[in-house]
Design a protein around this ligand. Structure first.
Ligand SMILES: [Zn+2]
Length: 87
């Protein structure tokens, strides 16, 4: 392969943990699908299955509305690991 992939293995992390419902308050479950700027990662990068990607999308959007996750991150506020602050 000429092109190096960012994510090597492609499997659904949520299927692996047998998650049926993703809680929007459970940020540990959501952070697999969030980029460092709190954007939702596309399925082609994370390898999530379609069913779980939809659950994650809904959960992340709910978490944004409840201000658990910011909608946008300024250039000033970009940090190495944003989840350390949240927890
Ligand atoms: Zn899955």
């Amino acid at each position: 392969m000429a092109e190096r992939r960012k994510f090597k293995k492609r499997y659904c992390r949520y299927c692996e943990q047998k998650v049926d419902y993703i809680d929007y308050k459970d940020l540990n479950a959501l952070k697999f699908s969030l980029s460092e700027r709190f954007k939702i990662m596309p399925r082609r990068l994370t390898g999530n299955c379609k069913r779980h990607q939809e659950l994650v999308t809904v959960a992340i959007k709910r978490a944004r509305q409840t201000a658990l996750i910011p909608y946008i991150v300024d250039r000033k506020h970009v940090i190495e690991n944003p989840f350390e602050i949240i927890k």
